[in-house]
Design a binder for this molecule. Sequence first.
Ligand code: NAP
Length: 466
Amino acid sequence: WSPADALPVCLTSPTVAILGSGDFSRSLALRLVASGVRVVVGSRCVNRIPSGLFPDAVELRNQEGAVSQAVCLVFMAVFPEHYCSLLGLQSALAGKVLVDVSNGAEMNIHGPSNAERLAELFPDSLVVKGFNTVSTWELQTGAHDGSRQVMICSNSTEGKKKVVQLARQMGFHPVDMGGLSAAREIEVAPLRLFPSWSGPVVVTFLLFLFFYGYGFLRGILLPFLAQGGHNAFYRLALDLVNESLPAVALVTLALVYFPGLFAAWLQLWRGTKYQRFPSWLDNWLQRRKQLGLLSFLCAALHGVYSLCLPLRRITLHSVSLKVPHKSSEPWDELGVWRSDLYLSCGVLGLGVLSLLAITSLPTVGNTLNWREFTFVQSGLGYIALTLSIMHTLFFGWDFAFHIEAYPFYMPPSYLLAVVVPCIVLVCRCFLLLPCIFTRLTRIRRGWESKLSQLCIDSKLRSIPQF
Ligand code: NAP
């Protein structure tokens, strides 16, 4: 079954030509036909195209025949290296809109983009860049699945208008990226590998390495060397991972709220919101969602690992479990309080974190107004952070005050993990003090201190006037 079977071809719609009969051409033709557009495919050798490759509604012609049938739109579904081989069609393509669907070959190529080179080769045509960010699979599934955005740019308003209209007819969301100079950006877009995730993933990974390495040194390697063969290396696969994950989750969650506080303190110090933040802070602010999701991932993994640990013990001691034995340990009420509070805070913290993760999904986030979104992401976020800190502190209980907690002068890793989150909470509490809160609110509503105005005036005076 193909989408083309579902819809009849609208015989009155202007014919669109596609040059090239490869993978992209086939998927594009399918989608166009399914959207009610008449399509003619131009190939160097029509006889080579196997029957049934294109829907019956698609006309197959040689390149000249296809271009002459196109009313105004021609898709260039050939690789940019082969644009020169189409120079013979220059006069036939004059005045028509050429849609360049090509992707860049590499990320860092200098010089003109494929679309700009096409515009140089065909100066009498209107070149529009677009559809390259859509894969053949997305073209075939179209409006039902996959990304629906189509980035478009051109120096011709008329050409862009026609492509935008067609993209809408095909069920896509066209995004106007401006003039043809934006083509380079659009061409390399499909080559990028999670650009907004790389920083947060590296930070999370480094934090994990740090806590895992620290735990290995403190709990396994140094005792092994000092006590002459005390072997605890079995802890590497499960225990130590489970010890490191909550620490990473906690610090990463604190890193979500740290840049917001930093920005607030910067605005208070500057006395204005009209000065740009440094670019590193800007970047950090834009990566908060990714950091939050990674924190949620680590916390969820910690939950699963914690459930696995008793399983391991049961497997190991299955034989001894078969023999019922009476516990000789006395009832430790304080210990029960400790473990119950610690578990309860952990479960609640994970629950609130899940809510935050769900609301960060565009489909859910879009249903909230700005106030609701801020309440969830900021209000509930701080609740999650507080619960996670309490979970860690209840876990540590009074152990941190005992000298045995510092073998080789190394504090336990949960103590290290709560430092940044505690700083974040304290800074946040200071921001809520009425004198500070009122000033920050005024600044965010456009008020500026006299000092900041003087600074801006002197800066403006130092810029040469023409
Ligand atoms: P393809 O399967 O190799 O098809 C390219 C077609 O170009 C050939 O079938 C050939 O058709 C035609 N062609 C015209 N002149 C040619 C020449 N001198 N030498 C060789 N072939 C020539 O490639 P494709 O995957 O469809 O990609 C086509 C364009 O779409 C590329 O610029 C690519 O970057 C872009 N694109 C592809 C995808 C994708 O998912 N495949 C996604 C986005 C963008 P005839 O033999 O019938 O002339």
